[in-house]
Design a protein around this ligand. Structure first.
Ligand SMILES: Cc1cc2nc3c(=O)[nH]c(=O)nc-3n(C[C@H](O)[C@H](O)[C@H](O)COP(=O)(O)O)c2cc1C
Length: 320
């Protein structure tokens, strides 16, 4: 397998506001796949910001979780690394790929792809702070005129990263266009540490094709998991056994959706949990009959009982 302790080639992509503890619980219940938390800012952790602390705290989760940190200060990374080690992280991932304005303007995320010296100081400082393995997630480059993924990958390796994840888009692309798997292949053949490829994996067959083409050690999946928490396990199963698992039935989707909402309410409280559930509900039912009308009705609800009733009614209609 990828390296010591990871028992799957398949990784969940960290997604802020989405891959939280309830989502990870759901994914873990679906089967295999390595789980990564949403990014937590090192300066917010230092300020003891409750939301960031909650993101970084994975102590009560009964499965391994990689915790991702974002920021621009080597000292704060070291402090945050020590804290997340105490809070149960399995290993630490450093975000050097986020394209969001607020992050980039703070010289963090993908801005670090333009400052290899600072990026190397951050990696060294994080590696030296604890016994945990440290990985780095980055992009193809800043824009088409500044494609430096190979050089960046070597820098990560030279400064002690245990593995790297590369998303095959530039910062300027954001999430548009297609991920460039040629550059991912170039990165793979340029370093000795394991490389995880990321971008536009939507099925077991595409995952296997990308691994064959590039030789990457693992693949990371983000948006395709939304509303389809079975995907990580079905990709894992296909890579291991060559068999495609059956799609979930409508009844299974309903049960998963109900479970997800209940977990959100338990974790965030009823008001916030229901508010957060709205986007997930939209993803679960997106290809179903009269999904738009159902979503509109769902958006107006504020209590768990109301949402359960509406979901039961809706699925009763579409299952017939
Ligand atoms: C809503 C959203 C939030 C994201 N948040 C993070 C994040 O916190 N940390 C990170 O490294 N990448 C983040 N990403 C990028 C994903 O991890 C991944 O690299 C990207 O979605 C490409 O993979 P995909 O094509 O499989 O979705 C985010 C992406 C989305 C769509």
């Amino acid at each position: 397998m990828l390296f010591e302790k990871f028992d799957s080639k398949v990784f969940l992509a960290p997604m802020a506001g989405i891959t939280d503890c309830p989502m990870r619980t759901i994914l873990n219940d679906c089967g295999k796949g390595n789980l990564i938390a949403e990014m937590a800012a090192v300066n917010a952790i230092q300020r003891k910001n409750p939301k960031s602390y909650q993101i970084a705290n994975v102590k009560n989760e009964p499965y391994p979780v990689v915790v991702q940190l974002v920021g621009n200060s080597p000292e704060l990374f070291a402090d945050a690394a020590k804290l997340v080690a105490d809070l149960g992280a399995k290993s630490i991932d450093i975000n050097m790929g986020c394209p969001v304005k607020k992050i980039v303007n703070n010289n963090s995320g993908s801005a670090l792809m333009k400052d290899l010296f600072l990026a190397s100081e951050i990696i060294k400082s994080t590696v030296n702070a604890t016994q945990l393995k440290v990985s780095v997630k980055f992009r193809k480059g800043w824009d088409n005129e500044h494609i430096n993924a190979v050089e960046f990958a070597r820098m990560c390796e030279d400064n002690g990263a245990s593995y790297i994840t590369i998303h095959g888009r530039t910062k300027s692309q954001g999430y548009s266009g297609e991920a460039d798997w040629n550059i991912i292949g170039e990165v793979k053949s340029s370093v000795k540490i394991p490389v995880i490829g990321n971008g536009d994996i939507t099925s077991p067959i595409i995952a296997q094709k990308r691994i064959k083409e590039t030789g990457v050690d693992g693949i990371m999946i983000g948006r395709a998991v939304l509303g389809n928490p079975w995907l990580l396990n079905s990709v894992h199963h296909y890579l291991e056994c060559g068999k495609i698992l059956q799609e979930p039935t409508i009844g299974e989707v309903k049960e998963m959706l109900l479970k997800h909402i209940q977990l959100l309410v338990k974790y965030y409280g009823e008001k916030a949990g229901i508010a957060i559930s709205r986007k997930h509900v939209g993803w679960y039912v997106k290809s179903f009959y009269e999904a738009k009308k159902f979503r509109e009705q769902y958006t107006k609800l504020n209590t768990l009982t109301e949402t359960i009733n509406l979901i039961n009614d809706y699925f009763l209609r579409i299952e017939i």
